[in-house]
Write a protein that binds this ligand. Structure first.
Ligand code: ATP
Length: 401
């Protein structure tokens, strides 16, 4: 090859290399450009969000024949509004949350369903399926509940005639799993009252004023559903005595308690709403809630004694096929310290033992094995609670009180 030709080829090679280099640069710059365009789009949409006027939340009340919609806006008044063409008409139903434009004249969006904390934290049972026969022992507690809850709900005229006022609220206290909820449900059923239950710890909400609002709504609902029993479990979560209400969380809990007291004070003893509260920690309750006219009847629901345990075994084995050798009295004797819930767990476990062994009847051995299992779990749990309890005490002395 002549030197001219070689030179020519070398120059071509250099040129090719240079072109490849430029091409890869172009590719790199193109992807950079794409990235920057994406960033611009993102910031543009953020600017749009910042500049767009806030929308007004509303709830659809009804739909008029001419297609316009009556809504209750969160700003207060009921409004008659139009619907923007892009909004799916089939989604506009009474109860639906929608967004109105800033002037409040048109529905511009349908909002996703969200759960109202008030609905979420309340359980309503029109007719609980627990009767007094489903409760083992606790005869004295049942008698007292009949006197202070069932009788005034069913025969208020009796109290008017005699001229006495029954208590508005009853506080059930005692260790967990001994039948407080069961008692409340049973008395609601026997009095033909709607059972509305809320849990104290669920009233402690993230947002200021929300706990108090839930309390207000629950009582409003109870009045509508009267006769009704409002059952507040774990009332200590909102009614614990506080020496210092420093943090905003504690002030919020205090506000919820104030609303509860206002509600209780607001109705008369013979109104058809009764409140039953339950706690495992009566020792820490704020005395304000125990004042006359509030929870002025305290009923202790203690750990079942021997007779109580026997009765609870009887209740839970009612529908069970028992072998001849099953001695419920002996089972009650060897389960000292067990709660009602633990006895129920023993009975269920014994049933499982029989199923595992392919038997149709449950025998004493099944029960003894179940007692061993449940009671040993109990002692492990109690040990842990002891450790936790002492830790809690350490914290509470150094931090809260
Ligand atoms: P907590 O404080 O944990 O809410 P509690 O005292 O309200 O407890 P319950 O929820 O009433 O306890 O009881 C839990 C379960 O234990 C009941 O569903 C029931 O099966 C059983 N149980 C407890 N006590 C009795 C009882 N006296 N008779 C029959 N079953 C009982």
């Amino acid at each position: 090859m002549s030197s001219d030709v070689r030179k020519y080829y070398e120059a071509r090679k250099d040129e090719d290399d240079y072109i490849r280099l430029l091409e890869s640069k172009i590719k790199y710059l193109e992807t950079e450009k794409e990235k920057l365009l994406m960033k611009i789009r993102y910031y543009k949409s953020e600017i749009e969000k910042l500049l767009s006027p806030p929308l007004i939340e509303a709830v659809v009340l009804s739909i008029l024949d001419d297609g316009r919609v009556v809504v209750k806006s969160s700003t207060g008044p009921n409004l008659i509004v139009n619907v923007l063409g892009t909004v799916p008409r089939d989604k506009i139903r009474p109860g639906q949350h929608v967004a109105l434009n800033q002037r409040g004249s048109t529905i511009v969006d349908v909002l996703p369903e969200y759960e109202d904390p008030y609905v979420k934290s309340m359980e309503v049972i029109e007719r609980p399926n627990v009767t007094f026969d489903d409760i083992g022992g606790l005869k004295e507690q049942i008698r007292e509940l009949i006197e202070v809850v069932e009788l005034p709900l069913k025969n208020p005229e009796l109290f008017e005639e005699i001229g006495i006022e029954p208590p508005k609220g009853v506080l059930l206290y005692g260790p967990p799993g001994c039948g407080k909820t069961l008692l409340a449900k049973a008395v609601a059923r026997e009095s033909g009252a709607t059972f509305i239950s809320i849990v104290g710890s669920e009233l402690v909400q993230k947002f200021i004023g929300e706990g108090a609002r839930i309390v207000r709504e629950v009582f409003k609902y109870a009045r509508k559903k009267a006769p009704a029993i409002v059952f507040i479990d774990e009332i200590d979560a909102i009614a614990a005595r506080r020496l210092d209400i420093g943090t905003s969380g504690e002030r919020e809990v205090q506000r919820t308690l104030m609303q509860l007291l206002a509600e209780i004070d607001g109705f008369k003893p013979l109104d058809k709403v009764k409140i039953i509260a339950a706690t495992n920690r009566i020792d820490i309750l704020d005395p304000a809630i125990l004042r006359p006219g509030r929870f002025d009847r305290l009923i202790e629901v203690p750990l079942p004694d021997l007779k109580g345990r026997y009765e609870i075994f009887k209740v839970h084995t009612r529908r069970m096929k028992l072998a001849e050798d099953v001695d419920l009295y002996e089972l009650a004797r060897i389960t000292e310290g067990a709660t009602g819930a633990e006895i129920k767990a023993i009975v269920t476990e014994a049933g499982y033992n029989a199923i595992r062994n392919n038997r149709r009847k449950v025998n004493m051995n099944d029960f003894l094995e179940a007692v061993r299992k449940v009671m040993s779990k109990k002692s492990i749990r109690e040990k842990n609670i002891d450790i936790l309890g002492s830790k809690e005490k350490e914290y509470s002395t150094s931090y809260m009180f």
